[in-house]
Write a protein that binds this ligand. Structure first.
Ligand code: FAD
Length: 391
């Protein structure tokens, strides 16, 4: 057998196709050139400057709406999309979030539930990164339980819709040209494609975040936003619509979280080999080796799990409970890996000179968004027992 590779101890690379490896190499190189040299500074400033240019570059690489077909989308496999998420999140969860929200939430909603006209109008510029999208489900008083949302849309006599309400914690909100907004109507919860230049729409940015600092997060204020009759997504009625978009995005997070974990693990491994205390590398102490061994086990188990889910998605056999399984495990283990990596780096672990604390604090958001740990435990608990414990 091939020699043991500390960076791929299980030989997971052998599971990938040549095309998978090419996608991975392209994304890794882009992140190395365009994100890694600047990310500490962006993080410290709490900004993602040049987000429009970054979006256009990601579009030209085919990373936006990557696994969607037609309308300028790359039509890549689910595994390839997952590998892209992993590589982007190995740079920073904020950049991966930009891509997830654009492709798996905003574009996916239009692709899956939109009319032919909506798809033709919005998807090509979104795939190219010329138009940034956001996806607005969460409200200040309704997060895990979106069924209680207050944002509502009323149909006027002429057929127009009037949209009123507030959304909170919306990724890409302040830079979006188009927002997919979920609102209560007489027919149940419906999705609306909202050009953000409409009167009554505003998206103030949320500041003072200690996580996902290199990501734009916003409040959306919808103050009687008037929309034409054809702004509604025709194929989505009820919460099933937004929930299926979230399942798609969560799948990408199952991979992405392992990118943050990999970057932190590798930083800790390099540090442990070179940093000396008590006259020898700290990687020579059993306590450090136990940490590294446990981190490697969880990291590569997580990547295997992500790959398994990717193959199921490509075969059209992935269930939402399986995505919950992956999100619950991989984000929880990723944050643990980053926290352990931080201890191996000692004081340097808290510095932005190294990536681990940034990844650990980013993952605090990833743990909460797209369904908290507890929500995924409840999803699995319900699937295992047949008993709904949500309320
Ligand atoms: P709550 O729902 O109030 O939950 C608080 C705590 O109570 C959690 O621990 C939760 O698990 C627990 N809890 C709630 N109900 C139960 C129960 N039945 N049993 C046990 N425990 C329970 N939303 C969007 O729509 N679009 C976005 O683009 C977006 N981007 C985001 C970006 C960031 C950086 C962050 C932090 C959030 C983003 N969100 C977005 C919002 C995110 O999806 C919500 O924060 C998440 O769904 C949780 O909702 P909440 O914060 O209101 O917490």
């Amino acid at each position: 057998p091939a020699a043991f590779d500390p960076y791929d101890p299980l030989g997971i690379d052998d599971l990938l196709t040549d095309e998978d490896r090419a996608v991975r190499a392209t994304m890794r190189q882009w992140a190395a050139d365009r994100v890694l040299p600047h990310i500490a500074e962006w993080y410290e400033r709490g900004e993602l400057p040049g987000i429009r240019e970054l979006a256009r570059e990601l579009g030209s690489l085919g990373a936006l709406g990557m696994s969607l077909t037609g309308y300028g989308c790359a039509g890549a496999s689910a595994v390839q999309y997952g590998l892209a998420c992993l590589e982007l999140e190995a740079a920073d969860s904020g950049v991966r979030s930009l891509v997830s929200v654009q492709g798996s939430l905003a574009m996916y909603a239009i692709h899956r539930f939109g009319s032919e006209e909506q798809k033709r109008r919005w998807l090509p510029p979104m795939a190219a990164g010329e138009t940034i999208g956001c996806f607005a489900l969460t409200e200040p008083d309704h997060g895990s339980d979106p069924a209680g949302m207050r944002t509502h849309a009323k149909r006027e006599a002429g057929g127009d819709w009037v949209l009123t309400g507030r959304k909170m914690w919306i990724t890409n909100g302040s830079v979006a040209g188009v927002a997919v907004v979920w609102a209560r109507t007489d027919e149940g919860i419906r999705g609306f494609v909202v050009p953000t230049d409409r009167p009554g729409f505003s998206a103030p940015e949320i500041k003072h975040k200690w996580s996902l600092r290199a990501s734009v997060t916003s409040e959306l204020v919808l103050d009687g936003v008037r929309l034409p009759a054809d702004a509604v997504l025709p194929e989505a009625v009820g919460l099933r619509g937004p929930l299926s978009c979230l399942s798609h995005a969560r799948y990408g997070i199952v991979w992405g979280a392992m990118g943050a974990a990999r970057a932190s693990f590798e930083a800790a491994l390099d540090y442990a080999r070179t940093r000396e205390q008590f006259g020898r590398p700290i990687g020579g102490f059993q306590l450090t080796q136990a940490k590294l061994a446990d981190m490697a086990v969880e990291l590569h188990k997580g990547v295997l799990l992500a790959h398994h889910l990717g193959l199921r998605m490509d075969a059209g056999r992935l269930r939402p409970e399986q995505v919950s399984f992956g999100k619950l495990n991989n984000v929880r283990e990723a944050i643990e890996i980053c926290r352990t990596a931080r201890t191996i780096l000692g004081a340097n672990g808290i510095s932005l000179e190294y990536p681990v604390m940034r990844h650990a604090t980013n993952l605090e958001s990833v743990l909460t968004y797209e369904g908290t740990v507890e929500m995924h435990q409840l999803v699995l608990g319900k699937a295992l027992t047949g008993i709904d414990a949500f309320r």
